[in-house]
Design a protein around this ligand. Structure first.
Ligand code: URA
Ligand code: CA
Length: 436
């Protein structure tokens, strides 16, 4: 087999076999196929697409390119959730304890990563004492015992994806459905998921800016999952404004606690109940989505979800008293209100810009070397559709620096106020299941 022939066949719109795709991915991972040939191949895929079978084969070739996490010692069907980006997305923190409370095993491997706020691990580390430095054996034991544990990312998972993603980044080939879908799915499968629930965001703050693109990506990932024997469902959700109120690490932990008590932001609660219902259903813990949802509503009502969160924190060294007294979480020195400059209705909150403002405060990492300030961030006091009076606080800025003039300007330019009444946006646009 020669790479040049495979590039040419893809360039001409032909279909490659599993063997041929394995040859490409193995050769590229091992450094036998050079970047320039892989770039040409990625560009050919960009223009000529891949068949469903090719997408599935590419995904599994990337899964097999490195280590895989073996969760077979954990009882039950391991369902993982993945959200495509978003700003201040607190869903993972809520969903873990929520679905674990009804017996779904949550074996979460998580990272820190770059972004507007930290990754799930950074957020959890806002809880004093909490650690993800546990052994694989402890991890398995804890999931079997408590139905939930989080461990730091280790091992060399999907090296082919790492290398290819970096190459795509500099060759204008990131934005193509077959490569995005296989990239995301390969990471979930290598991390040991038996079934996968996807939350594909759409809107100004998302990777997929419009609904049609988001649906296409969701369908592509659902089809890959089902073609490789991982039951997969997807929800298309709104990111035209940040989800919930809080953007920041300790602030999001508090928001997750509120939501597990049934006292959180309604949009966050609704998305968690929807995604959670799919997780419960795919884990075979309920026969219908409706039954699954009822189970989740019940564990919020009776306090079991909150209790599971405490048990989980305690088991990994965390001070679980933060759940009853969130003021024990890291607190910023200054809480500065941002007053509305006029009367009207909030018509847009550009999630991206709000996220960037939180990052400038120190809530996220701009580079791998940056350190995060767990206490800082933003809390939205108004969302799209809310009426405001001049002087009402739009946002509370939690800062460890006194001078936030620049950040204020950034937030003002991200929030639009109109005189006409505005509807709040739809939260869940669509649900994507397997094409039959
Ligand atoms: N996120 C990923 O993990 N991979 C892509 O290709 C794009 C976004
Ligand atoms: Ca949030």
């Amino acid at each position: 087999m020669r790479m040049v022939d495979l590039i040419q066949r893809k360039r001409d719109g032909q279909t490659l076999s599993a063997d041929e795709i394995n040859f490409i991915i193995n050769g590229y991972t091992d450094g036998i196929i050079p970047d320039y040939q892989m770039s040409a191949f990625a560009m050919a895929v960009y223009f000529k697409d891949m068949s469903d079978q090719e997408r599935a084969d590419l995904t599994m070739a990337m899964v097999e390119s490195g280590e895989k996490i073996d969760l077979s010692n954990i009882f039950g069907i391991k369902v993982d959730k993945h959200s495509t980006g978003g700003v201040g997305d607190t869903t993972t923190l809520v969903l873990g304890p929520l679905v674990a409370s009804v017996g779904v095993p949550v074996a979460k491997m998580s990272g820190r990563g770059l972004g507007h706020t930290g990754g799930t691990i950074d957020k959890l580390e806002a809880v004093p004492g909490f650690t993800v430095e546990i052994t694989n054996e402890e991890f398995v034991k804890l999931v079997n015992q408590n139905k939930i544990a989080v461990i730091g990312q280790s091992g060399n998972l999907t090296p082919a994806d790492k290398k290819l993603y970096a190459l795509r980044d500099v060759t204008a080939t990131v934005n193509t459905i077959p490569l995005i879908a296989s990239s995301i799915m390969s990471k979930k499968i290598a991390a040991g998921a038996d079934a996968i629930v996807l939350d594909v965001k759409t809107g100004a703050g998302a990777f997929m800016k419009n609904l049609d693109e988001a649906k296409e990506l969701a369908q592509a990932m659902v089809d890959i999952g089902n073609n490789v024997n991982r039951k997969t469902m997807a929800v298309i959700s709104d990111m035209s404004q940040p989800l919930g109120f809080a953007i920041g690490n300790a602030l999001e932990v508090k928001e997750a606690i509120d939501t597990l008590k049934g006292e959180g932001p309604k949009d966050l609660e609704e998305l968690c109940l929807t995604l959670g219902s799919y997780m419960v259903y795919l884990a075979n813990k309920a026969d219908t989505l409706e039954a699954a949802r009822n189970m989740l509503e019940e564990v919020i009502r009776n306090g079991n979800a909150l209790e599971t969160f405490k048990t989980f924190l305690r088991a990994q060294g965390g001070d679980d008293s933060v759940v009853d007294d969130p003021s024990k979480l890291p607190q910023a020195q200054y809480k500065i209100e941002l007053p509305a400059k006029e009367d009207g209705y909030v018509s847009s909150i550009v999630a991206d810009s709000i996220g960037t403002a939180a990052m400038i405060l120190g809530a996220g990492r701009a580079t791998k070397e940056s350190t995060i300030d767990l206490a800082v961030g933003l809390v939205l006091n108004k969302k799209i559709g809310d009426s405001v009076k001049k002087g009402d606080s739009l946002v509370t800025i939690h800062s460890n620096q006194e001078d936030v003039e620049q950040i204020k300007e950034k937030i003002y330019s991200a929030i639009q106020i109109e005189s006409n009444k505005v509807k709040s946006p739809i939260l869940i646009y669509d649900t994507i299941t397997a094409t039959t």
